[in-house]
Ligand binder design. Structure first.
Ligand code: B12
Ligand code: SF4
Length: 581
């Protein structure tokens, strides 16, 4: 039979790299060349990666297999419809049809669910006998010994930075809510026999190898043995790992000793609450710096994956994250908009909360926002993510990150090369932007410390101050800024607080909800000063001030005052609400 295997292009041109870029710094997936290697030799196989080649749409094929990632799904369906119209049997496989087989079956004759090692051969036999079924699903994960050596000769020569891609492990027990890997490849690290991996690497031309594993150090004992076995080959390699690799110095040293020169690490966020909310509990923000340093001390370049749009992310997240990565001189970073992919808990949750705004898979690419974020609008999230890319690959940032004391010239040149490659890609994104609030969000949240101004005694270090936490809730119909106060609110602290609220009102033009519930002390004089200091801004912008969880004595005191009409006071643990007149 004549078989065509296709890796479709991304429908959205922002993510579709140019051929030049693929040649300069990209590498292909192993999906189709693995399927090719599983194909009995009597069949003729043509493989097209649309990133670098065109599909011969007018040719006849008996079977067309398409490898589908979510963002490519629409393109994959168009290809499937085309070849079905020409009489080919069309089979879809990969992450997306595995999660949504029925959707795939509307465009294909068959869907392969999960890994194909034990399914592709029988499927081809069924095509030949005219007994093709709609769904092929194994009753186990295929043993790792069954992973064939991919048929790399099918990659277009010279089209990629390298085609030396190898896979040593599959599966991951961590099950982060936004990731498809655990559901697809299983919740255990599955390990290919080390001698098979080494034999495969040994035969590869050139010096550089990419391990396309999701977490090559997930099983530490295996990883250490693998690195020991790789060391004598004298290759350089890169892969993906988790940050906690840095906690095992022996592992780091063995990796570096076996030629590891770069690692992609899913940092995701620099907010601990975000990590907990998506079950990525093993990343610890307070350890990041030390862990980065250890990678760098071992000469391993880092590429960190960042996701924006978690519920804990407000408008200030973009600048803060870029600044943090820059200060740590992280060589490369990739910024994505949170994307609830089919087959993940993230998608289930967003669906249950009614927060998805589209099911157009073309936008499930990490560039578009496909849900309603909690603390900003979808537009602000997209523009902020673009801003992060553009700021990070702007010349000042590149310079700040690559000029490291003691760095070898060769490493600096490699670092520069990849930064430049990303810079070219980033230039295609729409112009990013930060909101006026984004730039001041963090400053407005700094603790207000009591000062000794006008007082005889000095204020001691331990004197309680006023903590402020800002938040927005775009999931409610009213778009207001929430100001949570903690600690002490006295007359002295009310003045700087008033200035900040004034700034917030003027920059956002939104209602303010000020929570008093977590204050240990609040004086009537402080509240009066706050109201006086902010009056002009509220009146000019025509927005409301809501004082929430005010204690009973303060509530009674406030009820006796001529409170301005834009103010609403809500008493703690009660239905009582007073609105100014
Ligand atoms: C290498 C890799 C890349 C490379 C290459 C991408 C490319 N050129 O397409 C790079 C680093 C560039 C990359 C980028 C991205 N990637 Co990527 N990537 C991978 C990775 C780590 C390995 C892929 C691979 O070779 N696997 C080995 C092969 C053998 O496994 P497989 O593809 O699953 O194939 C098996 C089965 O699925 C099945 N099968 C697959 N296709 C077919 C087809 C047929 C006909 C049949 C029968 C069976 C079948 O059989 C195969 C053998 O068992 C995977 C994770 C993973 N573990 O697979 C993520 C992964 C594929 N990437 C993912 C994503 C989201 C992206 C990005 C969109 C991320 C982003 N926001 O920027 C970008 C896309 C950029 C782009 N334009 O390509 C997701 C896909 C999720 C989804 N539902 O679509 C994955 C699964 C990672 C994850 N954590 O969720 N990626
Ligand atoms: S993000 Fe990484 S650690 Fe988390 S489940 Fe996916 S592969 Fe595993």
């Amino acid at each position: 039979m004549r078989i065509l295997l296709v890796s479709p292009e991304y429908a959205d041109s922002r993510l579709q790299f140019t051929k030049k870029e693929v040649r300069a710094f990209w590498f292909p997936r192993l999906s189709c060349v693995t399927i090719a290697a599983l194909t009995p030799p009597e069949h003729e196989v043509l493989f097209i990666d649309e990133a670098v080649d065109h599909i011969p749409l007018d040719e006849h094929f008996d079977v067309v297999g398409v490898s589908v990632m979510t963002a490519m799904a629409q393109r994959a369906y168009d290809i499937a419809d085309h070849f079905r119209g020409r009489g080919a049997k069309v089979v879809l496989g990969g992450m997306h049809p595995t999660a949504l087989p029925d959707e795939g079956l509307a465009h294909a004759d068959a869907v392969v669910i999960g890994e194909a090692e034990e399914l592709w051969g029988p499927l081809l036999d069924d095509v030949a006998c005219g007994t093709l079924r709609q769904v092929y699903k194994g009753d186990r994960f295929p043993p790792m010994e069954k992973i064939p050596i991919p048929q790399r000769d099918l990659f277009q020569p010279g089209a990629y930075m390298t085609t030396n891609c190898v896979q040593a492990t599959r599966g991951c027990p961590y099950g982060c809510d936004f990731c498809t890997v655990t559901e697809f490849f299983g919740g255990k690290f599955r390990l290919r026999p080390i001698d098979k991996v080494v034999q495969e690497v040994e035969r590869l031309p050139g010096k550089f190898v990419v391990f396309v594993d999701d977490n090559i150090t997930g099983h530490r004992k295996y990883a250490k043995e693998l690195f020991k076995a790789l060391a004598p080959l004298g290759k350089k390699w890169g892969s993906q790992t988790t940050l906690n690799m840095a906690d095992d110095t022996e592992l780091l040293a063995l990796a570096a000793g076996s030629g590891c020169s770069s690692m992609f690490v899913g940092l995701e966020t620099i907010n601990e609450n975000n990590l907990k909310s998506v079950n990525k509990y093993f990343n610890k923000v307070d350890k990041y710096r030390e862990q980065f340093q250890k990678f760098h001390d071992h000469g391993i370049m880092m590429n960190t994956g960042i996701i924006f749009g978690f519920d804990g992310d407000h408008e200030g997240v973009f600048e803060k994250t870029v600044d943090f990565l820059e200060r740590n001189q992280i060589e490369l970073a990739q910024f994505s908009v949170l994307t609830p992919l089919p087959g993940t808990r993230q998608l289930e949750r967003m669906q249950a909360e009614g927060r998805l705004t589209t099911l157009d898979w073309r936008h499930y690419d990490g560039v578009h926002c496909v849900f309603r974020p909690k603390q900003m609008s979808p537009e602000v999230l997209e523009a902020g993510c673009h801003w992060a890319w553009q700021a990070y690959y702007g010349i000042p940032s590149i310079a700040r990150r690559i000029l490291k004391p003691g760095e070898k010239l060769l490493e600096m040149a490699a670092n520069m090369y990849f930064n430049w490659a990303y810079r070219r890609m980033v230039n295609r994104l729409p112009k990013g932007a930060l909101t006026p609030l984004a730039r001041i969000f963090d400053r407005l949240q700094e603790e207000i410390r009591p000062t000794s101004m006008g007082q005889a005694e000095r204020v001691s270090e331990g004197t309680p101050g006023l903590q402020i936490q800002l938040g927005r809730d775009y999931l409610r119909p009213t778009n207001r800024v929430e100001v949570r106060l903690e600690g002490v609110l006295d007359e002295g602290l009310a003045h700087p607080l008033g200035e900040r609220i004034d700034t917030l009102v003027r920059t956002t033009g939104s209602d303010m909800l000020v929570h008093f519930g977590d204050l240990t002390t609040v004086t009537p004089k402080a509240v009066r000063r706050l109201l006086e200091g902010t009056r002009k801004a509220f009146e000019q912008r025509g927005v409301r001030l809501i004082l929430q969880d005010v204690d009973a004595p303060l509530y009674v005191w406030l009820s006796q005052l001529p409170v301005p009409s834009y103010v609403t006071v809500i008493m703690a643990n009660s239905e009582a609400t007073a609105t100014g007149d």
